[in-house]
Design a protein around this ligand. Structure first.
Ligand SMILES: NC(=O)c1ccc[n+]([C@@H]2O[C@H](COP(=O)([O-])OP(=O)(O)OC[C@H]3O[C@@H](n4cnc5c(N)ncnc54)[C@H](OP(=O)(O)O)[C@@H]3O)[C@@H](O)[C@H]2O)c1
Length: 264
């Protein structure tokens, strides 16, 4: 029997690379999507050697209009039926809103929100027709609160969380066999935590970060078991819980003061 197929966006680095490795180890053939072709090709070679699965590389800039539709068409025309979609590609911009480049903020919304929504729509329809499939949307703990100096990013992740939870309930009620989960990592040790392209740096102690591998493992395991909302790690679960204790106004002030103190 042919292997199942998993498509991972943002598979060239960080948490996405770990998703690909874990899904390959579970025997999924892989479709690796990101912008850096060389990086994807070398990852494909090593995952094929390590896990004996087929890897297809698709280079896509998901900030471009119609990128999601072209990606879907590409997989359809190559007869690649996706069983597990991981909408992981995402980017961050830190800093004072009025000083940040608005074009970069728009590209962030395009990747974090628009491409994720379109890919979910296209592949959820395809999976519904086959009455089987999993979709893991990578939100963030940032989606649980307004974050001054990271306000657009946090709002994109609030969208991902709210959209995914509502869709998960919708699909569950329809009993069409498609599982959708929102993964909400806290600080995770990837280049996102120290990327000069993403504006100011947030200084977070290494012991406050989870590894990308731990985050990805919990995401895949809990999505496969049908969980709607996944918050990896005890410290992150605690943070998610305390967001309910404060009013939104108080929470925003507390978070704003933390970010102003720790952003370089
Ligand atoms: N690290 C954290 O602390 C943290 C916490 C919570 C949530 N998250 C979320 O986790 C996800 C992965 O983040 P990460 O920390 O692993 O970040 P990362 O190490 O910076 O990796 C980001 C990935 O997204 C891809 N990507 C970026 N822009 C893209 C575009 N326009 N089109 C296609 N692919 C694009 C990058 O590949 P190319 O550059 O090759 O295109 C890369 O593979 C994101 O959604 C992020 O918001 C991260």
């Amino acid at each position: 029997m042919a292997n199942k197929i998993a498509l991972v966006t943002g598979a060239s680095d960080g948490i996405g690379l770990e998703f690909a490795d874990i899904l390959g180890a579970r025997g999924y053939d892989l479709i690796l999507v990101a912008r850096r072709e060389d990086k994807l090709n070398s990852i494909a070679t090593s995952l094929t050697q390590e896990h004996g699965v087929n890897c297809t590389v698709i280079v896509a800039d998901l900030s471009q209009p119609q990128a999601a539709q072209q990606l879907f068409q590409n997989t359809q025309s190559n007869n690649l039926r996706v069983d597990f979609l991981v909408n992981n590609a995402g980017l961050l911009h830190n800093g004072f809103f009025t000083e940040l480049d608005i074009n970069a903020q728009e590209r962030m919304i395009a990747v974090n929100v628009l491409a994720l929504t379109s890919l979910t729509h296209l592949y959820a329809n395809d999976m519904s027709a086959r009455k089987n499939g999993h979709i893991l949307n990578v939100a963030s703990l940032a989606g649980w609160m307004p974050i001054p100096n990271q306000n657009v990013y946090a709002a994109t992740k609030s969208y991902v969380l709210s959209f995914t939870q509502a869709l998960a309930d919708e699909l569950n009620a329809a009993e069409n066999g498609v599982v959708v989960s929102a993964l909400c990592p806290g600080y995770t040790a990837t280049k996102m935590m120290d990327n000069p392209d993403q504006g100011a740096k947030l200084n977070i102690a290494p012991n406050m970060m989870m590894s990308a591998k731990e985050v990805a493992e919990q995401g895949i395991r809990d999505c496969l078991s049908g969980k709607m909302t996944i918050v990896p790690g005890m410290a992150n679960k605690f943070t998610a819980a305390i967001t309910h204790i404060f009013s939104k106004t108080r929470l925003t002030k507390l978070v704003g003061s933390f970010y102003r103190k720790n952003m370089g």
